[in-house]
Design a protein around this ligand. Structure first.
Ligand SMILES: [Zn+2]
Length: 383
């Protein structure tokens, strides 16, 4: 994640922030204030207590108390004074101790292997691991995942503040996998099981939603965007007005099984789902043994289907960006161009004039980055 390192190197903000959505009740005020402070330090870098008070609209006394607690917890440290300060008592800067804790993240998107990483709080990947799944499903896969997470936690050189997992399937806000047919998981409280076994906070979310979080926080994604993930299946994660959409059944973004053509059996038992046109296996089949020209035409045709599918979504939500995450050789060419042209033809200028359709910035690390954001957001209120 080069972008993260660069931003970190400049000492500037680390990425966009998700807007807080829930109302602040009095009993939550302290936690809310704490996350305001951490959020500011995460995005803006080292800041004086006075500037923190101004930026958060909290009193100096509240800020001083909060900073003292955060220093005791080892999350924040004093960093000396800002050079070139005007006359008077120089203000001491405080900053996040981004090296004090680490995050463990796991990406279960791929069918054949799990990918994992140990990340710094700023999203830099310090350690990478992968493990073949060897066809395991159900409880066996949960056991394998437990061993994998244990290995990652052991590879961390600082205390781990939490574990984030991006998995295919419909997953509720408590990290319970409602349904992930390819994994043989039905009603599996994955976050709770892993949390009990590891003795650490564990957060689990849908992989496409996790990808959207990663792009939004670390990849420079806009506050109105949809990330389409193209792999063994097709999914999407959506951020609107800076808020990740969950949906009533936690299934917002499930566009893979929308019927878009009148042929082609789908794994879900129906015919003509988007997945039968746009998944990686479907695209590879469509271009197999074709001349470059015919291959481009086949990819453009898939792009038009995607454009037809997304035009009403882009319009209804007034999105400014659609990001594609998956193999560049398939997605970043005739497919992407045809999808954008199709959306433009089918929407009003007010909707499409500024619309971007581009490849996701974080490439194959996008779900790992998003899984780290799950942990940051849940444990520190930072996103
Ligand atoms: Zn289907």
């Amino acid at each position: 994640m080069a972008t993260t390192t660069e931003r970190n190197g400049t000492g500037r903000g680390l990425g966009a922030r998700l807007r807080a959505t829930s109302k602040v009740l009095p009993e939550h005020a302290r936690a809310h204030n704490r996350s305001l402070v951490l959020q500011h330090l995460f995005h803006e870098g080292p800041t004086s207590r006075a500037d923190l008070a101004r930026a958060t609209s909290l009193t100096r006394v509240t800020i001083s108390d909060l900073v003292s607690v955060l220093i005791t917890e080892g999350l924040v440290e004093e960093l000396g004074t800002r050079p070139g300060q005007r006359v008077g008592k120089p203000a001491i800067l405080v900053g996040l101790r981004t090296d004090a804790y680490q995050i463990v993240a796991v990406d279960l998107t791929e069918y054949g292997r799990m990918r994992g990483a140990v990340l710094s709080l700023t999203g830099e990947i310090m350690v990478r691991r992968q493990l073949d799944i060897d066809g395991r499903t159900g409880d066996e896969l949960v056991d394998l995942l437990t061993r994998f997470v244990r290995r990652l936690v052991a590879a961390a050189v600082h205390p781990v503040i939490g574990v984030g997992v991006g998995s295919p399937g419909i997953i509720d806000l408590d990290g319970r996998v409602v349904e992930a047919p390819n994994r043989g998981w039905y009603d599996v409280p994955l976050a709770e099981i892993l949390g009990d076994r590891m003795g650490l906070p564990v957060h689990v979310a849908n992989d496409a939603n996790t990808a959207a979080l990663g792009e939004f926080t670390y990849g420079g994604g806009s506050s109105g965007m949809l990330v389409v993930t193209v792999g063994a299946g097709v999914g999407a994660g959506i951020v609107v007005d800076g808020v990740r959409l969950h949906g009533q059944g936690d299934a917002a973004g499930e566009i893979g099984h929308v019927t878009v053509v009148d042929h082609g059996e789908c794994a879900c038992g129906r015919v003509g789902c988007l997945e039968t046109v746009l998944s990686v296996p479907a695209l590879r089949r469509a271009i197999a043994d074709k001349t470059p020209e015919d291959s481009d035409a086949a990819l453009a045709s898939a792009g038009r289907v995607l454009g037809v599918t997304l035009a009403p979504v882009v319009s209804a939500l007034n999105l400014t960006e659609v990001l594609l995450s998956g193999p560049r050789d398939l997605l970043d060419g005739p497919l992407r161009e045809a999808a954008l042209d199709t959306i433009r033809q089918r929407t009003m200028p007010a909707i499409n004039s500024g619309l971007q359709l581009r490849m996701a910035a974080l490439d194959e690390d996008v779900v790992l980055a998003g899984a780290a954001v799950l942990v940051l957001s849940a444990q520190l209120g930072v996103s």
